[in-house]
Ligand binder design. Structure first.
Ligand SMILES: [Zn+2]
Length: 66
């Protein structure tokens, strides 16, 4: 007896590739230093935050959304 385990039943259906290519990313908020143009990407600047580049205070940062 020949026991062939090769079941020739090729199911040519659509391959369900679970790859979330474009996940709906939330709106990113960033802050840009008005003095030197440094951009900090975070939701909100912490109190007492200062620009690491020019040392501008938090009030000098302008909120930008993209
Ligand atoms: Zn700065």
């Amino acid at each position: 007896m020949i026991d062939t385990a090769a079941g020739s039943s090729l199911s040519d259906g659509p391959d369900p590739t679970s790859s979330p290519a474009d996940a709906p990313a939330p709106a990113k908020t960033a802050w840009r230093c008005e003095l030197c143009g440094f951009v900090e990407e975070m939701d909100a600047l912490p109190i007492g935050y200062g620009c690491p580049v020019c040392g501008a205070p938090r009030a000098q940062f302008k909120r930008i959304e993209r």
